[in-house]
Structures are given as C-alpha cells and as structure tokens.
Design a protein around this ligand. Structure first.
Ligand code: 13P
Ligand code: SF4
Length: 381
C-alpha cells in the first residue's frame, strides 16, 4: 500500500496522489552528485591563450553600447571589471562559431551583454532546436544544456560549470519513472523539462511552466502522471479537469516563499502588484495577482508597466527587468538559485577558451529523450 501522507494532509489541493522515492523503494538508490570531469590533454590542445583583460579606453569605447543596457543595475565602479571579459567573450564567440543561450535567471552582465538568445525554458529549447552555429554555450543549469545536446546531437554543447544542477532534476531518476509506470499501467507521463535526459527518455512528453496545462490536456487522458514538481503539478491540477498524480519534488528557490511573506508586502503597500512563478507552493500563488513562467511574467510586466512590483521568483530576473524598465519600482525578495549563480563571466570565457565543459548524452538515451522534447515543441508549431 502506498503512503499518501502529504496528500491526505493537504486534501484541499486537487491532486489525486503524491509519490516519493520512499514509496517506490528507491530512496537508497539515488545517484551520487555528478562528478566534474578532469581536464584531459586532448581537449586542452584546443585551448586558446587568455586575451588581455585590462580596462583600457578601447575596451571602454567598444563596450559602451552594452553598458548602456545595464547602467541602471551595474555601477560604474563594477563595469571596468566586467567589460574586458564581456569584450573577450563576444570576440571569442565569433572565433569559436559559438552562440550563448542564457536563461532569464542569469545575471544582467550575462543576460544583457554576452547572450545571443535569452528566454525561459521553453524558448531556450525551441531556439536550441534552430541553432546554426557549431557550438552552444549554455548559460543556465545542466538540464538545459542536456536539452540543447539532445536536440543537437552533432553540435558541441558547453556548460561553463557542470555542477550547475537543479533540486527538481535531482529529485527523480529514470528508474523511478519505470516503477511509477508499473504502478499505473497505461497512465501517460508528463515530465517538466527540469529533469535529466534519463527521465526524459522514460516519459511520453515534456512540458515547461509556459505550456504545462496545454501539454497535460493534449494527451486526452482522464489521469496523467506529472513530475517532478509537486507545486507545478498542483497548479496544473487547479487549472484542468485532468486528474493529476504528482511526484514530491520541489524547486529549492521557489518553495522558500510563503503566503505570509506576500501578505506582508500587501499590507505594507496595498497598491503593490505581486506576480509569482508556478513552482511556488499553493498558499503563495493564492496571494499573487498573476502566476506564470518566467517569460509570461516578463511579458506581464512589459504589458502592464506596474508602478510597484514584487516578483516572486529568482532574484536576477528582477535585475534584468529593472535594467530594461527602470521606472518600474521592484521590491526584490532576493532568493538566488545557487546553481544558476555558478555561471559567471570568467567561467564563460574559460569555457570558450578551452571548449569545456562539454555536455554529453548517451546516444540511445538522447534519441528517446528527443521524442519527448520534440513532441512538446511540435505542439506549439
Ligand atoms: P521557466 O523559465 O521555464 O519559467 O523555468 C523556471 C526555472 O526554474 C528554470 O530553472
Ligand atoms: Fe532548479 Fe529552482 Fe534553480 Fe530553476 S530555480 S534551476 S527549478 S533549483
């Protein structure tokens, strides 16, 4: 008999089951944290020399148009430390035939000054499938780089720090999905893209927070297993008549927000607008004026132009929006994703110089995972 203790305690939340490794007997079989690969000599042979990183009048001139984009969030004292790296990275991208894909949670100097393509998980997956350059540098977390590799098996995909993980992706394994399928024969499985390639290979279709409801309903099934984010699952369940069986994963950044915190913002200023990401717990979403993926939140702010705004999501996204819309006053609860913050300008430079760290996915797993990701992308197009 499975334990549904959490579900029983939160019976008001419309999911019909909540499973964890303990329920499947896999709690003691979790994979160890990924090991960072050693630099091996053949890869180092492709290494280019480090360019000058001095702050000179030429660097100042060359990067002035980029500083204009971030001047509201990066001080004139900080910029001379960043600008030489920005210039070197932008030159190396051309030399290496590389593009930089950056998630909305990357810091402003990455997001506004070196990225070629920015977006939420869905936009990045779609753009990854269209990239022409031979090399992709993924400024985001490991599952995003894996998704790019799955969609571009013939390209070189680099991540500046392969330790950039995700609490959701590490909460579930391919073996867990196979056991869930045995428990619920015939019930289709939807995986949030915040999962490893191994998990994507075992499911019917992927989704992101931009399209989760649409993906669940596209299956035409009365019940769907939705994993691994229990809060996104609850949000989806509240928006559809499809019955949802969830997994007990959570985003370590969004699960920290509380409804009390949001009520306090509103009591302090009743005119403030509050927008939240659906990875937050239900009591947080109940207090928000709008719930959406990072791309939907950005669009909401651009369209509405609120006077005062609280963004209930990773902190750098508010910085990136403040750079673009300085007249919107942001109240910024600064919850940072430690994984996203592993990606820095010096590491991006090193990645382009040494062509590391290369992301690889077993071709057999990649082929099965690609079906799940492409099925999601094709829903849109
Ligand atoms: P989206 O950008 O797809 O909303 O996802 C948020 C997230 O947490 C990515 O790690
Ligand atoms: Fe994962 Fe949360 Fe960080 Fe996104 S913000 S990468 S979901 S831990």
């Amino acid at each position: 008999m499975l334990t549904l203790s959490i579900y029983e305690k939160e019976a008001s939340v419309p999911i019909i089951g909540l499973y964890a490794p303990e329920d499947l007997g896999t709690a003691t079989q979790r994979p160890a944290a990924p090991v960072r690969p050693e630099i091996d000599p053949p890869q180092r042979m492709g290494t280019l020399p480090t360019p000058s990183l001095e702050w000179t009048p030429e660097v100042e001139r060359n990067t002035a148009h980029l500083y204009a984009r971030v001047k509201h969030v990066i001080s004139p004292v900080e910029w001379p430390l960043m600008a030489p790296l920005v210039k070197a990275i932008n030159e190396l991208k051309r030399e290496r035939d590389a593009v930089i894909l950056a998630h909305n949670y990357q810091t402003p100097e990455i997001f506004h000054c070196v990225a070629d393509i920015v977006g939420d998980s869905l936009q990045l997956a779609i753009e990854a499938s269209r990239v022409k350059a031979g090399t992709i540098v993924q400024c985001g977390v490991h599952f995003m780089a894996e998704t790019s590799k799955i969609l571009n098996p013939e390209k070189t995909v680099l991540i500046p720090d392969s330790r950039a993980g995700c609490s959701l992706a590490s909460s579930i394994t391919g073996a867990d999905v196979r056991l869930l399928r045995q428990r619920f024969p015939g019930v289709p499985v939807v995986a949030y893209v915040n999962t490893s390639a191994d998990v994507k290979a075992e499911v019917d279709i992927c989704c992101t927070s931009s399209n989760a409801v649409e993906v669940v309903e596209s299956l035409g099934a009365p019940t769907v297993i939705f994993l691994p984010d229990q809060y996104l699952a609850r949000y989806v369940a509240s928006k559809t008549s499809v019955k949802i069986i969830a997994w007990k994963g959570a985003c370590e950044v969004h699960e920290r927000f509380t409804g009390d915190e949001l009520r306090a913002y509103r009591e302090a200023d009743p005119s403030v607008q509050i927008i939240a990401h659906p990875e937050c717990p239900p009591d947080v979403l109940a207090e928000a004026d709008f719930t959406g993926s990072t791309a939907h939140m950005i669009k909401w702010v651009r369209d509405r132009h609120p006077k005062r705004l609280v963004m209930i999501t990773e902190c750098s996204m508010a910085d990136n929006l403040r750079a673009e819309l300085p007249d919107v006053e942001m109240v910024q609860p600064c919850n940072l994703c430690p994984h996203m913050k592993r990606i820095t300008l010096p590491k991006i430079l090193e990645s382009l110089l040494s062509l590391r760290e290369e992301v690889t996915v077993d071709p057999a797993i990649a082929a099965r995972a690609r079906r799940s990701v492409e099925r999601m992308i094709n829903l849109r197009n």
